[in-house]
Design a protein around this ligand. Structure first.
Ligand SMILES: [Zn+2]
Length: 302
């Protein structure tokens, strides 16, 4: 089976914990992906705390980026870098795509050019902190997308970059959906109807996402799934979105290596085998499994 996972923080952990990509004790390495042909979105996560240890945000960014690039080169026979999902099905290696998690790096439009040069495909507009581009879900700030954020979004649209609205405040979400000319990504969030957390999205937001032809990746982090989170709860969120008509708009964004705990039944990336088995047990059609495992994400990441 092909598999696209829209969010992990493995590059960040690899750098700070000096772990390699091929085999490590994190939740994602190349060995743990063996059962699938994967396209993974590796985030360069702008962690406000760790940023303090560097003289500029760009120095911090470069350190993680360079370390990850080096690991990619080392493993190029198994994993190759890509900026589009277009050739995913034809590729004979796994693929890695780059995302910037947290627009706090972006202080000018030139910075977007810089990310384009480095072949970044996705920008998660905010992390938990609000920034120059937009307000975040965790901050409680009400401003939404700023006028600078609007310019950045226009530039991203023009250059086929994808805006990721996980971590965005509701106001930012609605502002972006109104302004974007391209489908958006909600890379690692769940349903607020099932788990009332500001990091999750409401049914109305999901309906708007469907209209936008966008896609949401189900997040495996227990606080966003609900009490006693398990494999079962992952399915509850997925099936809630399916019930809303989301067959073409749901995928996965595990958040592996960005979380300190996991649901019962999920241990690391190899647990996707259990998810696939459970889909089969529940009688999902082949076409629905393919949509959720990769086709829906492929469309938005083209
Ligand atoms: Zn995140």
């Amino acid at each position: 089976m092909f598999l696209i996972d829209a969010h992990n923080d493995t590059a960040y952990r690899m750098y700070f914990e000096k772990q390699p990509l091929d085999t490590n004790n994190l939740q994602i390495d190349l060995q743990k992906q063996k059962s699938f042909r994967t396209l993974l979105l590796f985030a360069i996560f702008m962690d406000p705390e760790k940023l303090q240890e560097f003289s500029t945000p760009l120095d911090y960014f470069s350190a993680i980026y360079e370390n990850f690039s080096k690991e990619l080169r080392k493993n190029s026979q198994i994993l190759q870098f890509t900026r589009s999902s277009k050739d995913f099905l034809l590729s004979n290696t796994n693929q890695a795509m780059l995302t910037l998690e947290g627009g706090s790096l972006i202080d000018s439009l030139e910075l977007v050019d810089y990310l384009l040069e480095k072949q970044f495909k996705v920008i998660t507009l905010t992390w938990n902190d609000s920034n120059r581009l937009a307000t975040s879900a965790a901050s409680g700030d009400s401003g939404g997308l700023s006028s600078f954020g609007c310019e950045v979004l226009r530039k991203m649209n023009d250059s086929k970059m994808v805006a990721d609205l996980s971590h965005a405040s509701d106001k930012t979400f609605w502002d972006v959906l109104q302004k974007t000319t391209r489908p958006v990504l909600v890379s690692h969030s769940n349903s607020r109807a099932l788990c009332n957390h500001p990091r999750n999205i409401t049914d109305d937001m999901f309906r708007a996402l469907m209209e936008n032809k966008g896609v949401l990746g189900i997040n495996f982090y227990p606080p966003f799934l609900g009490e006693e989170a398990s494999l079962e709860t992952i399915f509850s969120h997925m099936e809630h979105f399916l019930m809303l008509g989301g067959e073409n708009h749901v995928g996965f964004g595990s958040d592996f290596d960005g979380v300190d705990c996991l649901p019962y039944g999920i241990t690391d990336f190899s647990s996707y085998e259990a998810i696939l088995s459970e889909m089969k047990r529940r009688g999902y059609s082949q076409s629905l499994m393919e949509k959720i495992f990769y086709k829906n994400m492929m469309r938005v990441l083209e």
